[in-house]
Design a protein. Sequence first.
Length: 713
Amino acid sequence: MRRDTVAATDPRRDAADDLHTMLIEAINDSGAHIGALYLFDEDEQVLLMDASLGFPTMIARAWARIRLTSSVPVAVAVRERRLVWLANQEELARTFPGAALALPYHFSVAAAPIHSGATDWGALLLLWPPAETAELTQHKLDTIQRTCRQMSHVLGEAAREGRSMTPRHRPRILSPYRATHADFDSGLAALDCLNGLPEGYFAMDIDGRITFLTPPAAELLGDEASELLGKRPWEWLPWLNKPHCEDRYRAAVISHETTSFMAERPDGQWLAFQLYPAPFGVSVRVIPSTMARDVDHLLPDVPVSANKRATGPALYDMLHLTTALSQAATVQDVVDLVADHVLPVFDVQATAVLRAESGRMRIIGSRNYAQETIKDFDGRPVTSPTPSAHALASGMPLFFATWRELAHVYPETIRYDDMSAWAFLPLIASGRPVGAWVLAFDHPHHFTTDERSHLTGIAGLLAQALERARLYDAKHQLAQALQSSLLPRRLPELPGLDVAARYLPATRGMDIGGDFYDLIDLGDRMAAAVIGDVQGHDTTAAALMGQVRSAIHAYARAGSSPGDVLRHTNRLLTELSPNRFTSCLYVSLDLSRGLACMASAGHLPPLLHSPGAPAVVLEPPPGLLLGIDADAEYPTTEYELPPGSVLALYTDGLIESPGIDIGDAILGLTAEFGRLADQPLQSVAETLIAPSAAVHHRTDDIAMLLLRTSLNG
């Protein structure tokens, strides 16, 4: 999925303009009312919104950075290289609950990957009003596919010509092309018409700013027209600063549906507002109302919950971040998600997260700070005279609008990376400060009361998420230590036998699995190979796996046959853990005679490749799983191992996949194994396990053991 890094810019051609024109045309041709273009950042782990049309700026900024691993339509479309289509809010909530919570409006959405060959460039995102899009029509699908092909061609040409297509720091808000223009006289006539009506009318752009209003509207709103132009009404007029006012505006923009709300002026007069979505904004009709003052009765088209919940930019941003943090597992995940959210929304240039460890401040994550800065600050005592240490010790946030303010309070502070304004916020978990969060701006920045409250709230979310992630990391380290202690540290080196082994843990839960493998040196050119799978992915499964390995070692060294080794182990497990079952394959290798004797306790059949012959599936009689019946018997089967033969033992995590028949999966693995078997054994192991290693979410662990006999016998 990698693409060549290009750095030079050709001033004669602007590929970005071509892409943005294609985005506008795709919106117009498909009937969408909102669209966005996402491109990869330099590391190709984050999708950055390069341009958008129809999104309010605050919403665009909140979705400006999307990690490739996120559970949102754009990321899934790119990650899985497929079109993601969601017809309504119900489908969005069912498939992507976090995104639905952050955007609680009705719309249809399509996200399509932009790629060419093995190169992934980004994604196209389009939204439609729900009333107009019951299904993805062929025309809309053709428009999406054509646009993605055209965009990939432009991006490919730019890369080949050495022109950088790194997305911009902030998404470019596009203006639509206007197909027609009203003449001046027609405009005056329309204005006279509106001014002559007793109702008030005004227009807002997609960011909620008033772009036009009639004198009656200004009179009803109680302010001069010149004062209201360019303002958001709920920010300029205190009596409109109610949660449901902006919520209804956002609903009109995102859902492209007519909405309404009621508001009471300071003089007691109630006004009714009706919001009609325009192509790229909202037209508003405002009239006096003499109806009852119960908002829930005045607005039957607005759900009661929408009026009673807190809304506005701060809460939407908080919902977006909260849902994202709920999916973060590690400390690095938390730091990345907070940085992705805060930098574009608050126009922050750099951020760092510090945690107190053994009396020192440790930087556990940062974004956009120079490495020299990180090295210089990391490890300072928590008692040092710095604002971050003070925030940690006192539990009180500190805000500095300029360097002069900061230097006046902390004269010994060093100015790093030419920053000009800072926020130092304590991270408080379980009632005690555990760290500090630093935000830096490259320009003087006055922190409003709302902004301070919002950042303090985010710091609280960050602290809680970091504590959960810290516990997860500690648990993960414990799991890895336990797992590594139970699996063999190194396999014995036996003359005439080449060995390769691989293990991958599951990526969910504690990362502890019950899969195991082993190779036992029995002396006199005899060895035993073992592979098995204990039921479960927890500490009980791991402990039982250790007992199984110990029991097999003991019975094998006592000289028992493969069937007897499994029989004795089965009886022991039935007594130790009657509710846990284990599959196991035991192979006794006689390297002098070139023989393999096998016994199976319900395990997957091994594969064998002999020189000059195709790989085959060996099928020893499968006995019962260990731990079910104390009296179970396990027959032994003997196979020849010609010199240079390769034997493959594996667990089900290597081949199982939803919707794939297990028999077909084994045949597929056999064919791949046969194709690779003549290569060096370590290369064979790496290639066979590579598809599983590339999967971000493995529900099962995987063990694999490969054995090759010497060509010299």
